[in-house]
Design a protein around this ligand. Structure first.
Ligand code: B12
Length: 323
């Protein structure tokens, strides 16, 4: 079992690093021993402990090797050089995604878009429900709802749909996700995840997607909604004895106050509570996220692995305070 507190302070074990990066443990060891691709710290018991940056390096090296580079060519690059190289490859010939957890968009997205164009709420809900029963809730969230939202952004941008269509769709999707995020069954002993967006971040559907996914994985979730001041976030996490706080950061990507606010948040939160951050604008705040050792997730589909791990390694205080 992973001691999450130790994990936050000193790194993660090879098993979790492998699952998050998509590189098998034996390959990680080979890349490390032969090519010094990463240099994990060691625990007192001499186990390897990987940092978030190690995981990112492994994930980038995986993309690059899958797209034809040899590990010897890329292992010595700095993390910034790896990012640049991976981005240049993606721009031309998109390499397979880091963890291959980014499945294809489901066919129902087109039907959902047609319902949005017709502003047909019943139709949109029907397509979402039908997809959910066909591919399951996780599939629905990752392969239908997220791609649908991305498509709406593109169509709004190129003028194919109006702002009214986008507002309509966001409203229906928000209600739909809200239903999915509601607690199911007896969750007395389940770990608790608080979701929100921080001050200045008004796009709330990423946080709702996370709530719905966590609820589907048997977590209790408390949704605080959009643009929540850090003092309130930290207070709620303490009061609720949450296991983790998930923040969605979508727009803008250049809020000069957000890095300081995130640092304050980390300092105000109990150290054993995991801070998870995702959303399209999150990479723009990568520096501060690394500094405060937040779990930075590029894809919603990476979340189940982390939640499963956090669940297994229930924080001591949460375990003591089962409600
Ligand atoms: C719905 C929507 C709105 C709604 C929001 C309603 C609401 N209640 O949330 C409304 C209509 C209000 C709106 C307003 C605006 N919007 Co808007 N909006 C969108 C849209 C279509 C979806 C947004 C969304 O929820 N995305 C969240 C998820 C679905 O996407 P994601 O960030 O890529 O996250 C993925 C993962 O990272 C993960 N994830 C997200 N969060 C988290 C968190 C954790 C912990 C984890 C693990 C994972 C995770 O889930 C996603 C799926 O994989 C996007 C299109 C898009 N591409 O996202 C535009 C978009 C974000 N909006 C945009 C813009 C420009 C605006 C406005 C400025 C428009 C305007 N001129 O008024 C305003 C800004 C308001 C403000 N001050 O913030 C731009 C931003 C472009 C940019 N980065 O510069 C986008 C990208 C559209 C576009 N193509 O141009 N918007």
């Amino acid at each position: 079992m992973v001691d999450s507190m130790a994990m936050r302070e000193t790194g993660m074990p090879i098993r979790l690093a492998a699952r998050l990066s998509g590189v098998e443990p034996h390959l990680i060891r080979i890349w490390e021993q032969r090519y010094q691709a990463v240099q994990p710290r060691r625990s007192r018991g001499k186990h390897r402990l990987y940092s978030q940056e190690d995981v990112e390096r492994l994930s980038l090296m995986r993309q690059l090797t899958l797209s034809g580079h040899s590990i010897g060519q890329v292992a010595g690059l700095t993390t910034a050089e790896l990012r640049r190289l991976a981005a240049s490859i993606q721009a031309t010939d998109r390499a397979p995604a880091a963890s291959e957890v980014i499945p294809a968009t489901d066919k129902s997205v087109d039907a959902c878009l047609a319902a949005v164009r017709a502003m047909d709420e019943r139709g949109l809900r029907k397509h979402l429900e039908e997809a959910g029963s066909r591919i399951g809730t996780q599939g629905l969230l990752v392969r239908v709802v997220a791609p649908l939202l991305h498509a709406l952004g593109r169509l709004w941008c190129d003028g194919t749909i109006s702002a009214a269509h986008e507002h309509f769709a966001a409203t229906v999707v928000r209600d739909f996700l809200g239903d999915l995020a509601k607690p199911m069954g007896n969750l007395e002993r389940a770990p608790l995840l608080v979701t929100a967006t921080p001050s200045g971040q008004l796009h709330e559907l990423g946080a709702l997607l996370v709530s719905a996914l966590a609820a589907n994985l048997g977590w209790r979730t408390v949704r605080l909604g959009a643009s929540v001041p850090v003092i309130e976030l930290a207070g709620a996490v303490r009061e609720l004895k949450a296991r983790a706080l998930a923040l969605s950061v979508v727009y803008p990507e250049d809020d000069p106050d957000l890095p300081r606010e995130l640092e304050r948040l980390r300092a105000l939160m109990p150290p054993e509570v995991a801070l998870i951050v995702g959303g399209a604008a999150a990479p723009a705040y990568r520096e501060v996220l690394e500094r405060i050792q937040a779990y930075f997730m590029e894809e919603l589909a990476q979340l189940p692995v982390l939640l499963t791990d956090l669940r297994r390694s229930a924080a001591p205080s949460a375990a003591r305070n089962k409600r």
